[in-house]
Every structure is written in structure tokens, then in C-alpha cells.
Design a protein around this ligand. Structure first.
Ligand code: APR
Length: 242
């Protein structure tokens, strides 16, 4: 069913969350046992307050995340989404993830709502460097300013241009597929609502139930995203006679 919707969609958009990258080995945030926020306190580690008042634990937390990120890579599901973009099946990926895996897998139209852990940015001059600087214990820019990860911290606004582009994509979508998000964090969790209001079909693929299941035309739970995407891709190739 979903693959036929995808094949006939005029403007399909995909919204991904941390569940898109768990099969690459990256933990998500709210899964019962393995979620990061079940092991670490985000306010003490990933917030503007932590940046100012718990600087050492802030640095150690992001060294851990950057080290973990660099030991993982995109999985088949990321590659399938990049292939669907090449085949014109999806127009845009909007991601809450900061791992850069969609781009690494070949997707070109990616909106990063929460920034990127691939770089760090100087608080004083705005200069950005590869986040490997943190693994070399380099925390200061040449200008002397502090280098912080280029991610949106709790307490910070999202990048204006990312929000603008994501809102436009949600308004244009006639099919919005959510992959691996609990949809608990605003404003990302408004995107399916906006798409629905503009007449889009909503598909949610998420192991656990989400906050927006009731507006989904189809919600798939307790199945791994990688398996669902492989199955959809087989159906699409079958219907294309490939
Ligand atoms: N297949 C399907 N679903 C999965 C898989 C998988 N392989 N792995 C995890 N999930 C589901 C989990 O059940 C969970 O509900 O993905 C969801 C991920 O939800 P969260 O951990 O809340 O992640 P996300 O929705 O992306 O969080 C949004 O919160 O802390 C902030 O900035 C952070 O971008 C993040 C935002």
C-alpha cells in the first residue's frame, strides 16, 4: 500500500528521527533501555546551561557522541532513501538527526533541523572546524573563542532557514513518511500536522507508538525501519518491473 502511495505521490517528503540511525549503531534518545536520555541528563549535558555552567561534562559528553558517531556509518535504509531521491520518488528529507548519514549515503536534499555533529563552531568568530577537533582535545579556536558542536542545544532556537524550508516542504507534501521519531519534540513534531492539514497522507514507521499516531493514515510499529524500507523498495522495483 505505502509503496503504491510513494509511486504515485507528486511531492513525497520524509521526516527522520534518531530511530533512523539505531541500525547504524547510534543510540536514540527515548527508547526504554538504550535511549541516551535514559542514561544521561540532557539539561546537564546538552543545553545552553550546561555549555555555560558544566563545561567539562559538556565537553566529555560531546567527545563521547562524536567518537561514537565516527565509529558508525549509514545503513541500507539510508542508501534506499538516497536511491528513492535519485529515482524521483522522494523530493526532500527533513531530519532531526545530527549524524550526517543521509548525506553520507548520497541524499542531496536534506534539511538538518537540529544542526550537525560533523562540525564544531567558534562561539566568538563563528569559524567552523571538523568535529574531530574534539577528539584531539582542541576546544578553542585560533581566535581564542570556545568551539562548541554545531548542534541545536536545549534552550536554543532552531536555524531559521531550516525551519522555513521544512515548513514549505511539509505544506507542499502530498505524502509525508515519518521514520524513527517519537514525535515528542517541537517544532519538528508540527510538520506531520501541517502536512495533514494540507491534505497529505501520513505514514509513521516507529517501533513504539508515537504522539501523532491518531493522525497517521498508516502507523507501523514493532518493525525495524531497515526491514520496512527494504520491503517497500522490493515492492517498488517489482511494480517498476526492475
Ligand atoms: N526501527 C523503528 N523504530 C525505531 C528503531 C528502528 N530500528 N530504533 C528506534 N526506533 C524508534 C524508537 O522506538 C523511538 O520511539 O525511534 C524513536 C526515536 O525517538 P527519540 O529517541 O525520541 O528520537 P527523536 O524523535 O529523533 O528525538 C527528537 O529530541 O533530544 C532531542 O535533539 C534530539 O533530535 C532529537 C529530538
Amino acid at each position: 500500500m505505502i509503496s503504491s502511495w510513494l509511486a504515485s505521490a507528486r511531492h513525497a517528503v520524509v521526516l527522520t528521527g534518531a530511530g533512523m540511525s539505531t541500525e547504524s549503531g547510534l543510540p536514540d534518545f527515548r527508547s526504554a533501555k538504550t535511549g541516551l536520555w535514559n542514561r544521561f541528563n540532557p539539561q546537564q549535558l546538552a543545553s545552553t546551561y550546561a555549555l555555560e555552567h558544566y563545561r567539562q561534562s559538556f565537553i566529555e559528553f560531546y567527545q563521547y557522541r562524536i567518537r561514537t558517531l565516527r565509529s558508525c556509518e549509514p545503513h541500507k535504509g539510508h542508501a534506499i532513501l538516497a536511491d528513492w531521491e535519485r529515482r524521483g520518488l522522494i523530493k526532500q528529507i527533513i531530519t532531526q538527526n545530527v549524524d550526517g548519514f543521509h548525506q553520507q549515503a548520497g541524499s542531496r536534499h536534506v534539511i538538518e533541523l537540529h544542526g550537525s555533529l560533523r562540525t564544531v563552531r567558534c562561539q566568538r568568530c563563528g569559524n567552523t572546524l571538523n568535529s574531530e577537533a574534539y577528539l584531539r582535545n582542541q576546544f578553542n579556536c585560533e581566535c581564542g573563542g570556545f568551539l562548541r558542536p554545531s548542534v541545536v542545544l536545549f534552550g536554543e532556537m532552531l536555524p531559521e532557514d531550516a525551519i522555513e524550508k521544512a515548513w514549505q516542504a511539509a505544506q507542499k507534501a502530498d505524502l509525508l513518511i515519518v521514520l524513527g521519531s517519537s514525535l515528542q519534540v517541537s517544532p519538528a513534531n508540527q510538520l506531520p500536522v501541517i502536512a495533514k492539514q494540507n491534505g497529505a497522507k501520513i505514514v509513521i514507521v516507529n517501533w513504539e507508538p508515537t504522539e501523532l499516531d491518531e493522525i497517521a493514515d498508516i502507523a507501523i510499529h514493532e518493525r525495524k525501519i531497515g526491514d520496512v524500507l527494504r520491503e517497500m523498495d522490493r515492492e517498488l522495483k517489482g511494480s517498476e518491473g526492475r
